[in-house]
Write a protein that binds this ligand. Sequence first.
Ligand SMILES: [Zn+2]
Length: 341
Amino acid sequence: MTSTRDLALLPKAHLHLHFTGSMRVSTLADLAATHGIRLPSALLDDDPLHVPSTERGWFRFQRLYDAARACVRSEADMRRIVAEAAQDDAAEGSGRLELQVDPTSYAPFVGGLTPALEIVLDAARQASADTGVDVGVIVAASRMRHPLEARTLARLAAHHAGDGPGQVVGFGLSNDERRGETAEFAHAFAIARAAGLASVPHGGELLGPAHVEDVVDHLRPDRLGHGVRSAEDPRVLERVVAGGVALEVCPASNVSLGVYASADEVPLRALVEAGATVALGADDPLLFRSRLLDQYVIARDAHGFSDDELADLARASVRASRAADDVRARLLSGVDAWLAA
Ligand SMILES: [Zn+2]
C-alpha cells in the first residue's frame, strides 16, 4: 500500500492538548504586547523546545510554560485560545478535541474558578458550532498543588459533566511526575468517576513502568497521558492493554522533553503491536512547534505506518474519546471513506 493519502483529511480525535500549550506563537506575542509583558525569546523563536529529561530540564519547560500562561489575563484571551485551538484542529482533520485545562491560573482574572471554567466551556460550545470540531473539556489538577485543591476541581468538573460540546468529559492530573504522591489524588479521581467523567491522568512519561502501575493502581485511568514508558516492562504493558487503558502518545513532546532522543525512538509500533489503544496527541504545540497532524506524519515517516495502520490509529483515537455516539459514528465512517478514496 503506497502512502499518498492526505493525512489532514483523515478524520481523527485529539485527546491530549493543553489549553495554554495549544496557543499559536503569534497569539502569544499579541497577548504579551496587549498586557505589556516581556517574553523569554525562547517562546518566540522558531525552534522547538529541547531539554533533558531531568528535573532541570522540566524546570526550564515549566518556566517557559508559566511565562506563556502569565499572558492569559482576561475572558477575551481565554475565548481566543479555545477558538483558535478548534480552528487549528479543524484544519488538520480533527473532528473531536478534548482540551485540557486547569482553571486555577486564570481564576484571579475572571472572578474565580467557576467563571474561569464556565468561560472555557462556553467558548468550547461556540467553537464547536463555528468549526464543526466537537470540543469537550478535561479539567486537570496539578501534582504541584495540594490534593485538596484537586478535590475542589473534581467537584467543579463533576458539576459540568456530559459528552456534548462544551461539557466536561474527563478529569486529569498533570505536571512533573516526580512531584506529589499519586495516591493522595485518588479521592479527587473517585469524585470525578462517580460523576461519569473519564479518568485521564498523565503517567509514564518522565518516569518508567513503576509510575504507570502507581497511576493505574490509584487513579484507575481510562486513558493515560503518555504512558509510553510502559513499553519498558512487558508485564506492565500487558496490564495496560488488558485493562483497556488507552495511551495518549505525543511523540514530538517526548523528544522535546528529552524522553527519547528522536521521534523514531518513541516506541509507537511496540505499543500498537502489543495491542494498546494509542491516540496521538500534540500536548503543547506552543513549545514543541508540532501540532496534531505532525504526529501522524511522524507515524508515517519515522515509523513506517501504512495508510491502513494510520487509519487504525485514527479509529483508536475516536474510540478512546468521550464523544457522543453520533459523533463517533460520523468520524469512524469518515475514516473508512478516507481509506476507500
Ligand atoms: Zn500533557
